[in-house]
Design a protein around this ligand. Structure first.
Ligand SMILES: Cc1ncc(COP(=O)(O)O)c(C=O)c1O
Length: 351
């Protein structure tokens, strides 16, 4: 039996998949119980009266090129949130299996695990070492029931990159025992390449990417899991057949075109300059206790009085994220880097 099938839920491995309507674009469709007219007009040219292609090929290949992996290593989903949910459902038996997370980190790993009835094992990041992984504790806490290890780099909400060699060592140590899922939602804002290039050599490493952050398409809901083709095949069994709406496919393909890519690069440069300015100008403010260095499009800021900082931002018409609920971040707020004008307004509110 393959390592993926041995690790996954046996009932999912055995599941007979839903047979979606065949995708034969050369033929006229009288097989999917659609209307022959679209809401926009009689000719149906916008295609919205038709079910979209499951795992739309053009977008799959576009993202495979963008991320530098083979297209059979890509699963498209409604944001990377969907892949997190699918991973928990495919690998964890309710009441028996576990997921390991490293708080403070993105909350959906634990939420998806709990919805699935999986135990959540927490191995905190080491704040005193810039929120680095505790490699030894992590490996010690991994039991045979631990099917998934979620790591996030750059990490939300702390903004730091995890050490690449540590991530790869953890994956190597857990080969055949657990899938290490590295969430790189913010990697485009970092000065370091993705670890997706390693999934061929380290098949129990999977990488999450998204168009929601650097590509500016949070509203379109489009993310990807990059993983061993066996993992992709398994998850394709449980993702709903028409998961990616046509409007999303069109928006994503337009964003991957040369003109949009060029303006995206210019915007990214502006954002990185603004991140540096915010970090520089926030640090000396009397209200501010600490600005954590960030490789993402947000900054984690600790305050002497976080409530007052929150109130002052609101009074200036700006919403920042209250991060005080995260373990160890009792006086922290998370600030997304905005436009130069918004950032100036925030700095003024906190001055
Ligand atoms: C670390 C991380 N991963 C994943 C996501 C989910 O992104 P999406 O579902 O929009 O791709 C987020 C959203 O904030 C995030 O911060």
């Amino acid at each position: 039996m393959s390592w993926v099938n041995a690790l996954a839920r046996a009932d999912i491995v055995a599941l007979k998949v839903y047979e979606h309507a065949a995708w034969r674009p050369e033929l006229e469709r009288l097989h999917a119980n659609e209307l022959p007219w679209s809401p926009a007009g009689e000719d149906g040219r916008d295609g919205l009266n038709r079910y979209p292609q499951p795992q739309p090929r053009a977008l799959l290949e576009g993202l495979a090129r963008l991320y530098g992996v083979a297209s059979d290593s890509v699963l498209l989903g409604r944001g990377s949130d969907e892949a997190i949910d699918l991973l928990c459902r495919a690998f964890c038996r309710a009441g028996q299996d576990a997921v390991l997370v490293c708080p403070p980190t993105f909350g959906m790993y634990a939420v998806s695990a709990r919805i699935q009835g999986a135990e959540v094992i927490s191995v905190p990041l080491r704040a005193e070492h810039g929120f680095a992984l505790d490699e030894q504790a992590l490996l010690e806490r991994c039991t045979p029931a631990t099917k998934l290890v979620f790591l996030c780099s750059p990490n939300n909400p702390t903004g730091n990159l995890l050490d690449a060699q540590t991530v790869l060592r953890i994956a190597a140590a857990l080969a055949g025992r657990a899938l290490v899922v590295l969430d790189e939602a913010y990697i485009e804002f970092a000065d370091r390449p993705s670890l997706a290039a390693h999934i061929g050599a380290q098949p129990n490493l999977a990488v999450l990417r998204t168009l929601s952050k650097a590509y500016g398409l949070a509203g379109a809901r489009c993310g990807a899991l990059l993983a061993d083709p066996q993992v992709i095949t398994l998850l394709r069994k449980i993702i709903p057949p028409y998961a990616i709406p046509k409007l999303t496919v069109d928006a994503a393909l337009a964003r991957l075109g040369p003109a949009a890519m060029q303006s995206g690069r210019e915007r990214l440069a502006t954002l990185l300059a603004e991140r540096a300015r915010l970090e520089r100008e926030l640090t000396p403010l009397p209200l501010v206790a600490r600005v954590w260095p960030s490789a993402a499009n947000f900054l984690l800021v600790e305050f002497h009085d976080a409530q007052s900082a929150l109130d002052r931002a609101c009074a200036a018409g700006l919403l920042v994220r209250d991060a005080r609920g995260y373990p160890g971040l009792a006086r922290a707020l998370r600030v997304s880097v905005g436009t130069p004008e918004q950032n100036s307004r925030l700095l003024e509110a906190w001055s």
